[in-house]
Design a protein around this ligand. Structure first.
Ligand code: PLP
Length: 435
């Protein structure tokens, strides 16, 4: 076996060099399907190999097959960051290999998880009374919330969300055998509460920061409808929730304190490496009713509530450690500064689009996502997107708004600077002119 300290130093050095040069690499992988697999041996090695051989293949074989989410010019979907404290915490998490099946199997894991989600609750301005835990993704979080809602109201077989909600709602409905009802939206892509029938629904999923264009559903009115009908309200703020750390952005979150459950992904806009999705609830007892199942072999003499009694998996990773590391190493001020800078850069890019003849902004901007298009056909915009992404200089994605093809530039990587955003705009205009 090779030497752990020596290999560890090599691995950390490899990651440090990668992060230094990631801005020079083609952002979107340019390989063909199957190309990476074909370059690797079909069978596992019989004899041990040194760890350095793994790193060597990472460079020579895998690197072309990576799309660089750590790149400062990753503007697709919702840009993310694995910040340095988060990366180091992941190393420690793996080294400790805690398996949080019960409180006693890692009291520190469970209590740090409870603490860090409470720290984040305070940072985003949610009141006391919300407790939470960490899920792998918002998909699991929404599923868990809908399970709790359905357990509470077993006779209601409908789940409601807006027509622009993320597909996680649809997936949860399908998995749970519920009917999904999509509520139409207004001209700003917000759910229309006047069209929201909630009396036969076990849950409504309202979104603050929809995936396509970051629209904000009218949560206070939706909460009224839910309260009238005793329907569970889940607020999906997977992307935008981190922005509530800035008090001047809290108006977007009006009413979310009335939700039964809320999801926010620190792995999206808060510098925590995949995966880390916080799920708060004001109805912990309902989660417990839905999920608690303690077989004999897991019974323990202590009277602690185990987090496994509030969620789907039995074993949990020590995700709290990376959230803790990021919250401590950036602090409230550091995170606010980053989020405010992303909003500044998005506003700047939006102003360039608005001022340029032949281009248009396609939706109101609330956070750090700009939806825009070149005037012309959907096909022109699709070709523009393809050529921009093929250049490797940046990576953008698209959506459809009012049935028109729209480009999305999402700022959210901690390493993105004004120069990166300016380069993105230059590349877009260059490629548009060349079409
Ligand atoms: N909800 C919203 C609003 C999102 O934007 C996304 C992903 O972009 C999700 C849910 C799904 O998140 P995850 O990948 O953590 O399941």
């Amino acid at each position: 076996m090779s030497d752990f300290r020596e290999d560890g130093a090599l691995a950390v050095d490899w990651v440090a060099s990668y992060l230094e040069r990631v801005g020079e690499l083609p952002v979107l992988s340019q390989v063909e399907p199957g190309q990476i697999r074909a370059a690797l041996p079909e069978s596992p090695p019989d004899e041990p190999e040194p760890f350095s051989a793994v790193l060597a293949d990472l460079d020579s074989v895998l690197m072309p097959g990576l799309t660089h989410w750590q790149s400062p010019r990753f503007f697709a979907y919702f840009a993310t960051t694995a910040s340095e404290p988060g990366v180091l915490a992941e190393l420690v998490i793996a080294g400790l290999n805690q398996v949080g099946i019960l409180w006693r199997t890692s009291p520190a894991l469970q209590e740090l998880e409870e603490l860090t989600v409470d720290w984040l609750r305070q940072l985003v301005g949610l009141p006391d009374g919300f407790t939470g835990h960490i899920e792998d993704t918002a998909s699991t979080g929404v599923l868990a919330a809908v399970i709790a809602a359905r357990t509470r109201l077993p006779d209601r077989r409908v789940l409601v969300c807006s027509e622009y909600a993320h597909s996680v709602g649809e997936k949860a409905a399908r998995l749970l055998g519920l009917e999904l009802r999509k509520v139409p939206t207004d001209d700003e892509f917000r759910m229309r509460p006047d069209l929201l029938g909630a009396d036969d629904a076990c849950a409504v999923v309202a979104t603050i920061g929809t995936t396509g264009m970051t629209s904000v559903d009218p949560v206070p009115e939706i909460a009224d409808r839910c309260a009238e009908n005793a329907t569970w309200l889940h607020v999906d703020a997977a992307y935008a929730g981190s922005a509530a750390i800035c008090p001047e952005l809290r108006h977007h979150f009006a009413g979310w304190e009335r939700a039964d459950s809320i999801g926010v992904n620190p792995h999206k806009w808060l510098g925590v490496p995949m995966d880390c999705s916080v799920l708060w609830t004001s109805r912990e007892e309902e989660f417990r009713r839905a999920f608690s199942l303690v077989p004999e072999f897991l019974r323990s003499p202590d009277d602690a509530v185990n987090l496994s009694e509030l969620s789907i998996p039995l074993g949990r990773r020590f995700r709290a450690l990376k959230l803790w590391a990021v919250l401590r190493c950036y602090g409230r001020a550091g995170l606010q500064e980053l989020i405010r800078d992303h909003l500044r850069l998005a506003a700047l890019f939006e102003s360039w689009v608005r001022d340029e003849p032949g281009w248009e902004v396609s939706a109101a901007r609330h956070f750090s996502l700009v939806c825009f298009r070149r005037q012309g056909s959907d096909e022109d915009n699709e070709r523009l997107l393809e050529s921009v992404n093929a250049s490797g200089e940046m990576f953008l994605s698209h959506t459809r708004l009012d049935d028109r093809y729209v480009l999305r530039l999402a700022i959210g990587n901690f390493r993105t600077t004004e120069d990166d955003v300016r380069l993105a705009w230059d590349v877009l205009r260059r490629e548009a002119a060349a079409l």
